[in-house]
Design a binder for this molecule. Structure first.
Ligand SMILES: Cc1cc2nc3c(=O)[nH]c(=O)nc-3n(C[C@H](O)[C@H](O)[C@H](O)COP(=O)(O)OP(=O)(O)OC[C@H]3O[C@@H](n4cnc5c(N)ncnc54)[C@H](O)[C@@H]3O)c2cc1C
Length: 449
């Protein structure tokens, strides 16, 4: 580039926005990022327990999350990334069953031996399928029912999918599940035990976000939290952002990393077919109660609650992956729910949520006593989980929007991958490449005129 650097506005200060900003700065563009919330980091934001930063929403990595592992290394934090055996379980019929290895599957007595074999075969079959497009026309639940039977759907897969997608799990497309099973197998070790390890960044994943923020500032990028973009403007072939009560700031390109629904609200008028794609991916909100306990609730890290009479979907006992000593000797438990925007739980106070959830803890550990609780926090993540329904592949909005100079890079576009830091990093890097290619082409065309 020659003369004044071209400018890019970035909307959203989560993993995708920060990664895009960093890569564009490295390519020589001038960057201004706007984040609505008071803190940068998006869904990887943190708070402190016993003086140690920790995620508001539980986080770990799989060994297949290569982009995240690479970027954490690039931030100089590779030696803080630790890998630990995962301890996953299913709570069903008043009992906790370990659910990690093929042997655990064989011991899962709530379904018959024949059904256990069918479950195992389902995993093996999906693992071998290389092309997921054949699953586009069917819901995951229907496919599982046909392949593994109604009992396996009712007891195992139905509740597992509900744990991730809430009430919308009925509509989830099979392609998503195929991809997920593929990746989970790929992240396991070889051999009959097939042990899975999970990665955690000691000091929290907020540490790599902080390092990234430091690099962006060193390169001269401007990052503003507490600055919601009210409207995106498209005028004379350029895109600009309108902030509260201020004039519009124009850029050579604008990259939005916000959820589809927010984008639709703040974007300039868009053609019907693109607007329809923005409406085509529903989202769920995340609601996480975090408790610090004097004693562990269980020995499991990730406990899926496959019992529909319980008002939460999973218990993630962080200190069964990372030692409690880091948090002043306290045990950290996340109680997870994914909810529709209309759910009454989203309107409840922390006390009301505790009143609803805590009576069920004794079913998991009969010794549990509310006196074990040291502290509690409630975190709400709006639009935290896109749900890919049948035909989703045809409804993914393109990164280049129909408005000149305006780009979209959000979690709805990682299909069929599962949402995660890794894919938001890939998203940020992809959009940086796309914008840079378009801007350098536009710059060259101007030069020739
Ligand atoms: C409960 C839960 C558990 C998870 N577990 C894991 C895990 O184990 N491992 C893993 O890798 N990932 C996990 N994730 C996913 C991971 O956190 C996300 O994939 C990733 O952080 C998404 O980053 P993003 O930048 O794409 O989106 P976001 O983090 O949502 O960033 C978008 C940003 O845009 C901002 N914004 C919205 N409107 C405006 C506006 N008008 N103007 C300016 N800014 C705006 C928002 O405030 C937000 O900060 C989890 C997420 C949740 C909710």
């Amino acid at each position: 580039m020659s003369g004044e650097p071209q400018t890019v506005g970035v909307i959203g200060g989560g993993v995708a926005g920060l990664t895009a900003a960093y890569r564009l700065l490295q390519k020589g563009y001038r960057i201004h990022l706007f984040e609505a919330g008071p803190q940068l980091g998006g869904l990887v934001r943190t708070f402190e327990i016993g003086g140690e930063p920790i995620e508001c929403f539980y986080h770990h990595l799989f060994s297949t999350d290569t982009a995240a592992i690479r970027l954490i290394g690039e931030m100089g934090l590779g030696d803080r990334l630790t890998w630990r055996p995962s301890k996953v379980g299913i709570f069903y019929g008043g009992r906790t069953y370990p659910f990690v290895t093929p042997l655990d599957l064989l011991r899962f007595t709530p379904v018959s031996v024949i059904d256990r074999v069918r479950l195992g075969l389902m995993g093996l079959y999906l693992r071998r399928q290389r092309d997921g497009s054949r699953f586009e026309g069917v819901t995951a639940k229907e496919w599982v029912r046909r392949f593994a039977g109604q009992r396996n759907l009712d007891v195992v897969w139905g509740p597992l999918l509900r744990g991730k997608f809430g009430e919308l799990s009925d509509q989830l497309v099979m392609t998503w599940l195929w991809n997920k099973i593929h990746l989970r197998f790929a992240s396991r070790g070889a051999g009959p035990a097939q042990r899975e390890v999970l990665g955690y960044l000691l000091g929290s994943f907020g540490a790599w976000i902080d390092a990234l923020i430091g690099r962006i500032r060193e390169l001269g990028g401007t990052l503003e939290a507490g600055r919601p973009v009210q409207r995106i403007v498209s005028e004379g072939g350029r895109a600009g952002v309108e902030l509260d009560g201020e004039r519009t700031v124009f850029f050579d390109a604008v990259v939005a990393t916000v959820a589809n629904k927010i984008f639709r609200r703040i974007a300039p008028p868009l053609p019907d077919d693109y607007a329809a794609k923005l409406e085509g991916v529903p989202y769920q909100d995340a609601l996480c109660l975090v408790l610090t306990l004097k004693k562990p609730l269980s020995s499991i890290y990730w406990l899926n609650i496959n019992d529909r009479s319980m008002p939460f979907l999973a218990l993630i006992e962080h200190t069964n992956l990372i030692e409690p000593e880091r948090y002043g000797g306290q045990h950290v438990l996340y109680v997870s729910n994914y909810l529709d925007k209309q759910s009454p739980l989203l309107k409840m106070s922390t006390d009301e949520i505790c009143d609803l959830y805590l009576p069920h803890f004794r079913r998991i550990n009969p010794d549990f006593d509310e006196g074990w609780i040291n502290n509690r926090w409630l975190f709400h993540g709006p639009d935290a989980q896109p749900v890919f329904t049948v035909g989703a592949g045809a409804r993914i909005p393109e990164h280049r929007t129909p408005a000149p100079g305006l780009y979209l890079a959000n979690m709805s576009q990682i299909y069929p991958q599962d949402r995660g830091q890794n894919y938001s990093i890939v998203l940020g890097e992809t959009i940086a490449e796309t914008v840079a290619a378009d801007l350098s082409r536009a710059g060259a065309a101007r030069y020739q005129v």
